[in-house]
Design a protein around this ligand. Structure first.
Ligand SMILES: O=C(O)CCC(=O)C(=O)O
Length: 301
């Protein structure tokens, strides 16, 4: 593994572990469900066909090249250090919506293959949210530790997140990590139950504690891997996770997408469904970190 850095702190081997790969039990629903409830996540290496992933990557990076952010050849995903997004597009949200609706991406995030896996992991027929979180994460970007409940459990608790690597994402490019066994940290998770980040603006969904501090204080590990294009990591609403720092010295961009599925029998949260979803805060696609010019810092929720 290459360097592993989280919020500027180097993570030593004692606080790191590999994700358990469930690709070998892909045809065994009972084992998949068991893994999800035991570990709190399922990681499937090479879940999507690499060519299909590369088609999405090419289309998305071509859009970002058109606003001066990604260099040629686009598949390499190298940040230029520049952006003319705002000069070219008056409405950031509209631009980001059109990129997020790229058909080659939706074919992965909303296609039968992932849907079938989510039906198994949620234990019944599922529905995929229309609103997705596409993230081109350039050098310096990371995501603070949080769980997804404050964002997505307004209508039902039976929701799961799928994080998809849209290209190879080795550890130095800031992939997702999960905090091992954190779905059992009841004392810590208590603060996230009945907390809706868009109605209660007095607190943040993410922890102030750094990943290294948390791993040390809980005597646990950050689980991650050198992701390859098409890997999928699925987890529930009460598993703590974040993204490592992208410390690429070659300006490589981590491209990933996170998408949520919920059980189809429950009420739909209108913020995330329909032809014009408003998103978590009401600002639609404009509220996402991906909607910012790549020269800007990410916000934290
Ligand atoms: O990709 C990231 O930086 C964060 C993703 C995330 O937090 C999620 O998928 O819930």
């Amino acid at each position: 593994m290459q360097p592993v850095v989280a919020q500027g702190e180097s993570i030593g081997p004692e606080y790191l572990g590999p994700l358990r790969d469930s690709a070998e039990v892909a045809d065994n629903p009972a084992e998949l469900s068991q893994g999800m409830s035991d570990d709190g996540y399922i990681y499937m290496r090479g879940f999507f066909n690499r060519d299909d992933v590369m088609a999405a990557r090419r289309d998305i990076f071509t859009r970002l090249a058109s606003v001066g952010e990604i260099a040629q050849p686009v598949l390499d995903g190298i940040f230029t250090g520049d952006s003319n997004r705002d000069e070219k597009h008056a409405d950031r949200g509209e631009f980001w919506r059109s990129v997020s609706e790229t058909w080659t991406l939706r074919r992965l995030s909303h296609g039968r293959q992932l849907h079938g896996l989510m039906d198994i992991l949620l234990g019944e027929t599922s529905r995929v949210q229309d609103y997705i979180f596409l993230r081109p994460a350039g050098p310096g970007k990371h995501t603070h530790i949080h769980c997804d409940a404050p964002f997505f459990t307004r209508s039902t608790q039976q929701v799961a997140t799928a994080w998809v690597a849209l290209g190879d994402v080795p550890s130095h490019m800031g992939p997702l990590f999960i905090v091992e066994n954190s779905h059992h940290f009841d004392d810590l998770l208590e603060q996230f139950r009945d907390f809706d980040v868009s109605t209660n603006t007095s607190k943040k969904a993410s922890l102030d504690t750094s990943p290294l501090e948390l791993a040390k204080s809980r005597n646990t590990r950050l689980l991650t891997t050198d992701f390859t294009a098409g890997d999928v990591l699925v987890f529930g609403m009460y598993l703590l996770h974040g993204a490592l720092d992208n410390v690429s010295t070659r300006n490589e961009v981590r491209l990933s997408c996170d998408v949520r599925y919920q059980i189809a029998s429950a009420e739909l949260d209108p913020r995330y469904f329909g032809t014009d979803p408003t998103g978590t805060t009401g600002a639609s696609y404009g509220e996402l970190v991906g909607a910012k010019a790549m020269t800007e810092d990410w916000h934290r929720r």
